[in-house]
Design a protein around this ligand. Structure first.
Ligand code: ATP
Length: 540
């Protein structure tokens, strides 16, 4: 790859300044033996400068003390998988914000006030978030998890009346993401983003899946369940519960039984504060019939429901769909903040704005279930220009990439290889306007990805991380004591059910309807004769 500065303004001037790291770096010492010691203190600040952390593999060595060096970024823009693999963001990740601990202060609201809800008003808009002020996300340390996936395939078998048909959805997807990084899965509709996300999140485990997915070089296991948060595309929330009730019930149900009720409520309050939901915490979630919180707030509640368990891996399926670009940007900034606390964040994204696109650390571009690009989001444009595909007009990079993934070369330079194909006219598939057909473009991009990205990537994926032995032992030894007893769960769910349904059961309309029906029916048999069995039967 050439000079990034020539790459249509896509070069992301990002750097992180990492101040180190005390002894007992989570990556270097045996801290994994205890959940409470999973990660040590780091401090991080993202600053816009042209410096980049030199993430030398040696920093994950055995020495107790590590030093992060900074180097000028301008000098090189080689498509460097060392960087991708070891990840500047990894250092940020494993370090970031981990000096923070949960402050269990501030939750003074008695639980019986949970039910209080008031109608939504403009006053409920949280100023800090809506006004664009970014809060720093504080959370307790978590076990860093490196996710690697090699040659992931998936097919579905559809059974017809007379025959069965195999549909291949994913074709050999490779990639990896480290703690502290946000990986975006991008591609046109139907390209397989949700399928890949579900496979990576351990939600789909069947015989139709191929390839390997590892978490700290270990396959998926039950142990990981409590370390994975999955935010689905459609928010699954109770419309009549308030924001505070929703997150508090999630805390009561999902946090370890070793914590007291008060501690769980405190953690829920912390999450509400971290997500900037304080001002709408007593507003109902709402739905199409009940007015409730805004779309962005609803999405933050869904995220809060998952991060309450402090997951190491957070998966999100299109968290920004249906949101305006500013709210979407804030959601992605929130994900960045979450990643900075050492979590691994993977999200699908449909059509991000250019501002939003530059927020991602890594990018996977899918087209018809095949990998078209994997690497740093900031280097995607440079990669595509290196294989002859550059925008001819100024364009949102995400729009350009989606056009390419759809095989659309309008306003895009045609690579020489494809020009030849069109000129020769022997493919029989070129389009009339002199542009190669989408099928040819797709083939070309897949081949280019295999030649330039996948081969190199696979080599990196086979390299076991120097920390895997420590993590392996911790993965086997550390178990989270999740959940509460079934009697407690029953009582919490019962109370939650009553709260959710009370608006139906105890609405004036329903009460009036029942009383009126009772009076009418009562009047029909009022003073009826009950002296003969026939009349008595009639009354019964
Ligand atoms: N169980 C299934 N049976 C048949 N086809 C399926 C099944 N699951 C997924 N597919 C197909 O696989 C392809 C990829 O689906 P997927 O939902 O992963 O796409 P996507 O990129 O997330 O799309 P969107 O952005 O529209 O949500 C689609 O063509 C879909 O129809």
């Amino acid at each position: 790859m050439e000079n990034p500065n020539s790459s249509s303004g896509l070069y992301r001037t990002q750097s992180e300044q990492l101040t180190k790291i005390s002894e007992g770096d989570a990556m270097t010492s045996g801290v994994f033996s205890d959940v409470t010691k999973e990660v040590e203190s780091f401090t991080l600040s993202r600053k816009s400068s042209r410096n980049q952390v030199l993430a030398s593999p040696g920093r994950i060595g055995n020495s107790g003390r590590n030093t992060y060096l900074k180097k000028g970024k301008s000098a090189q823009m080689k498509f460097d998988f060392d960087d991708v693999a070891s990840g500047a963001a990894l250092s940020r990740a494993s370090s970031a914000g981990l000096g923070f601990s949960f402050s269990l202060a501030g939750f003074t609201m008695p639980s019986d006030e949970l039910g209080d809800s008031r109608p939504f008003s403009d006053d409920d808009i949280p100023e800090d978030i809506e006004a664009g002020m970014r809060k720093k996300f504080h959370t307790e340390p978590t076990l860093p998890i490196h996710l690697k996936f090699t040659e992931v395939t998936y097919k579905v078998i559809t059974k017809g009346v007379t025959s069965t048909h195999e549909k291949h959805i994913l074709h050999g997807i490779n990639g990896m993401v480290n703690p502290g990084e946000v990986l975006a899965l991008m591609g046109p509709s139907g390209s397989g983003k949700t399928t890949l996300l579900s496979l990576l999140g351990g939600r789909v485990t069947d015989a139709n899946q191929g390839g390997s997915i590892t978490y700290n070089d270990q396959p998926y296991s039950k142990f990981l369940k409590s370390r994975i948060g999955f935010v689905t595309q459609d928010d699954i929330l109770f419309p009549h519960l308030t924001v505070k009730e929703t997150i508090t019930y999630a805390a009561l149900l999902r946090l370890p039984k070793t914590l007291t009720k008060q501690e769980k409520e405190n953690q829920a309050a912390d999450i509400i504060r971290e997500l900037g939901l304080e001002r709408c915490q007593d507003t109902m979630i709402g739905n199409s019939f009940v007015r409730g919180v805004s779309g962005g707030e609803r999405k933050r509640v869904s995220i809060g429901n998952e991060i309450i368990i402090n997951p190491s891996l957070l998966f999100l399926d299109e968290p920004t769909s249906g949101l305006d670009s500013t709210t979407a940007l804030r959601i992605i900034e929130l994900l960045q903040d979450i990643a900075e606390t050492g979590k691994t964040v993977i999200t699908t994204i449909h059509q991000p704005s250019s501002r939003l696109f530059h927020k991602f650390d890594k990018l996977i571009l899918l087209g018809k279930g095949s990998l078209l690009y994997f690497g740093k989001a900031s280097e995607a444009m440079t990669y595509f220009s290196s294989i002859g595909c550059s925008p001819l007009i100024s364009m949102n990079p995400a729009e350009f990439l989606l056009d390419l993934a759809n095989g659309n070369l309008n306003d895009v330079s045609v690579p020489h290889e494809l020009e030849d194909k069109v000129d020769l006219g022997n493919s029989g598939r070129e389009t009339r306007n002199g542009k190669p057909s989408p099928a040819i473009v797709h083939e070309y991009l897949v081949e280019a990805c295999v030649a330039n990205v996948s081969k190199e990537m696979k080599k990196k994926l086979t390299v076991r991380s120097s920390i895997d032995q420590e993590i392996k032992s911790s993965a086997q030894s550390v178990k989270r004591d999740w959940g509460t007893s079934w009697t407690k769960q029953y009582s919490i769910l019962f109370r939650r059910g009553i709260k959710e349904r009370k608006h139906d059961y105890f609405s004036w309309l329903r009460i009036t309807q029942i009383v009126a029906t009772a009076i009418i029916l009562g009047l029909l048999w009022w003073r009826s004769n009950v002296h003969s069995p026939k009349d008595l039967q009639n009354q019964v």
